[in-house]
Design a protein around this ligand. Structure first.
Ligand code: ZN
Ligand code: ZN
Length: 343
């Protein structure tokens, strides 16, 4: 089969299409014919060599969707012809964390597609069934591929982790990316007042369209004063998609008792933190990691019902993986780019 292989960490040019052996499903796995695979900023971080669990050569991509074309030994509940989309990572389904409905914390099987196991930048991929969800007929492949990491992450972050309730004010950093646009729509749908932060004025209209009540354009990434002007005491929650570069401002945006939910760290940077601020305002700093199977089903349902509008901004052939990465790094993408194998 054809696959995009990363032989060395580094620039986008290191992603090259080549012929590799066809994969075959092991026990508990299915073989999927990949119809679409989203290109996520996580893949850029991975390609640069900033994710310690990846070793090269690697096939990246944790946002894949396609049909099941073969079922490995011991698989129940999946058949040839089923439509599937991947979760970002696996879980064992049996440990304390899994039983507690927190599969993101599972250590028994924490393999991540595109890191320890090959991902979806390929014609075909194998997937353990703990790492896939069902895709309704009505959802197109590029949308199905990106649902987990965009709409699913929005559900995990905003509902499960941030616990946002109607009437609360939510600030979203990095609002124009694939996750950000879904968080804006979901927050609006769930009855929150939504403030979107972007570094580029050109993206403001898309953010308003997606559901932002106010757009704060902050090329210098200083936005906490504007949030205070708009809210008085500050925001009830900040969804921190950018990470280290905006963390300090996000913390300063919060009202007393506010929650800062960290779901992205684009530059993989380190931050300095004033514990005093966290103490006197009784702030909560919360992490949000991977989407669960239940959250993926909810994401696909909300997409199917038209509550969440997917934002696939382009579908490129597999061989354009390096171009897709370069565009993402130039911050020139609103929504998600998707690679589609030609088979
Ligand atoms: Zn992703
Ligand atoms: Zn587990």
């Amino acid at each position: 089969m054809q696959a995009v292989v990363l032989h060395a960490f580094g620039g986008p040019e290191n992603l090259r299409l080549e012929s590799v052996p066809d994969p075959s499903p092991g026990p508990g796995e299915v073989l999927m014919r990949v119809q679409a695979c989203g290109v996520c900023y996580h893949d850029v971080i991975n390609r640069r060599g900033n994710l310690p669990r990846t070793s090269v050569p690697a096939i990246l991509g944790h946002e894949a969707a396609g049909e099941v074309i073969e079922v490995g030994p011991g698989v129940e509940g999946w058949s040839v012809g089923d439509r599937a989309a991947t979760l970002q990572r696996l879980s064992c389904g049996e440990c304390n964390h899994c039983n507690d409905h927190r599969p993101s914390l599972c250590k028994e099987d924490n393999r991540f597609f595109g890191e320890e196991i090959p991902g979806g930048y390929a014609d075909y991929m194998t997937a353990p069934v703990a790492g896939i969800g069902r895709v309704p007929e009505s959802v197109p492949w590029p949308v199905a591929a990106t649902a987990c990491c965009t709409a699913g992450t929005a559900i995990h972050t905003l509902r499960t982790r941030a616990r946002v309730t109607p009437g609360e004010t939510v600030v979203v950093t990095g609002a124009s990316g694939g996750v950000g646009l879904q968080v804006l729509q979901l927050a609006r749908h769930d009855g929150a007042r939504v403030l979107a932060v972007t570094s580029s004025a050109g993206k403001a209209e898309a953010l308003t369209d997606a559901g932002a009540d106010e757009v704060i354009v902050a090329p210098d990434l200083h936005f906490s004063r504007q949030v205070r002007e708009l809210t008085g005491e500050g925001a009830d929650a900040v969804i921190e998609i950018v990470g280290s570069a905006t963390f300090d401002q996000s913390l300063k945006c919060l009202a007393p008792g506010g929650r800062l939910v960290v779901v992205g760290n684009l530059e993989a940077g380190i931050i300095q933190l004033n514990p005093g601020l966290v103490i006197v305002k009784e702030l909560e700093i919360i992490g949000a990691y991977a989407t669960t199977q239940k959250e993926l089903q909810e994401a696909l349902r909300l997409i199917d019902e038209g509550v969440l509008r997917p934002w696939v901004s382009g579908v490129l052939p597999l061989e354009d993986a390096s171009r897709a990465h370069a565009r993402l790094e130039d911050r020139g993408v609103v929504g998600r780019l998707v690679l589609a194998p030609s088979h």
